[in-house]
Design a protein around this ligand. Sequence first.
Ligand code: ASP
Length: 469
Amino acid sequence: MKIDLIKTLKYIDKDLELYGWIDVRRDHGKLIFFDLRDRSGKVQLVVTPNDPDLHKIAETLRPEWVVKISGKVVKRPDAMKNLDEPTGEIEIKVSKIEVLTQAKTPPFELSTDGYEIGEEVRMQYRYLDLRRPRLKKNLIERARVIKFIRDFLAERDFIEVETPILSKSTPEGARDYLVPSRLHQGNFYALPQSPQQYKQLLMVAGIEKYFQIARCFRDEDTRGDRQPEFTQFDLEMSFVQRDDILSLTEDLYLAIAKKLYPNKKLTLTDDGKIPRMTHKEAMEKYSSDKPDIRKDKNDPDELAFLFVLDFPAFEWKETEKRWDSTHHPFTKPQVKDTQDFWQKFKSEPGDMLADQYDFVLNGYEIGGGSIRIHDPELLKAVFEALGNNKEDIEKQFGHMFEAFSYGVPPHGGIAPGIDRLVMILMNEPNIREVIAFPKTGDGRDLMMRAPSAVDKKQLDEIGIEIKKK
Ligand code: ASP
C-alpha cells in the first residue's frame, strides 16, 4: 500500500517507496530539491550529485509529473528545518526515480488558493483545480458532513432509500428537466425537483423514518448560489408533529457543528437551542424571511441557525392571476378541516398560515419543510383552490390520491441543502467551491462540454427532431 506523504516523518532512517506528483522544484547548485505531493500533503525530496545517472533524471523532472521515488527518510539539519510544514523536519534522500507519467504545463497556477483565477478556466480543467489543497479539503469536509448525517440517522432507525431520477413532473415551483422516452415516444420523464412525492409514498408504504442524500434538478436561470443540480439531505417521518421534525433537525445540526467543527461559535438561545421565530416576526423585525441573526457579521466562524415558522400558506401569482402554494401543495394549511379551509380561503387566502418552516443559517435559507396534508379531501380542495380542474388533478396527482386511499399516516419532513451548509462551514463565497464538478451560471459543464449536440441517429431513436432557429 502507498504511504501517505504526510506520514513519512514517522519513518526516520527507513527506506521507503513513495508515489505522488512533482510539486515545486528548486535547484541549489549541485543539490536538487523537489516537493513531492499527494492527497495528504507534501514532503521534500533531495537529490545529491553522488549518483550522476540519478542526477540526470532529476534534472528532467517537471511540475505535475507523476513519479515513484525510492529513498531514505532523514532528519534535516537544524538550519534547514521548516516548522510551518508538517513534514518540515525531514526530507527524503532519493536513491531512485521512476517517471510514471509526464505532464504538460498546467493552464494555471496550482499552488495558490485559486480565487484569483478565472472561474471558467478552473471549471474547464476542474481535475487540475481539484489538486489544490483548498478544494480537496472542501471535498473531504463535504464527505465528513454527509457521513455524519448518515451515522446520526442510522442510529435513530432511519432507513436510507434511493428514489428514481427518471420520474414525473413535481410541483416544486421550478421548470423541469425533461428526458425523452425511446420506448414511449412522445412521452417524457422529468428529473425530480425533489423526492417529495416519493418520500410521501414511502410513508404510505410504512417506512416511517426515511432519509436520502438526494440529487435534485431544477431548470432555473442560475443565480448566485444556485446550480441546475444540487444535493439535499431529504427526510420524512410518520406520526409526527412539527416540533418532532424541528427537534431532530436541531439535534443533528448542533451535533454537526459541535462534533465536526468545535471551533465554530454557535449563536443559540440562553438554554442552548436554535432560536425560532414566526414568519410574521421575521418580516416585521428584519424585513426578511431568512434573517441573518449573527452577533458579529464579520466573524467567519459564527454559526447562527434559525427556524422560521408559520409561513403564509399561499401567495398571489400575478403572472398567472391565481393563488399558489408558498411551499408546495402538499403542505398543510392551518385549518381544522376542508370546510374550514374553504371558508378561510374564500375570505382571506393571503392571511392563511401553513405548518411550514424554513431552516436558516447566517442569512441563507438552507432548508425547508412542512407537515403534509394527509386528508385526501383537503388535499383535493387545495389543488382546486390553486386553480387546477378535476381532470388535471387526476392526470398529475391521481397516483397520490390513489395511494392516500389505502391508509396514509400523518407525516411531515424537511430537506436541508448540503451544498449551502458546506459552503458556509468552509467559509466559501459560493456553492461551486464545494461541488466537485459544478456548472457555469448558464448551465454548462465546460469540462465535459455539456450540453452538446447529439447524432441524428440518436435523435431518430427517440423520435425527436430539432427545430431550426
Ligand atoms: N421537497 C421540499 C423542497 O425541496 C422539502 C420538503 O417539503 O420536505 O423544498
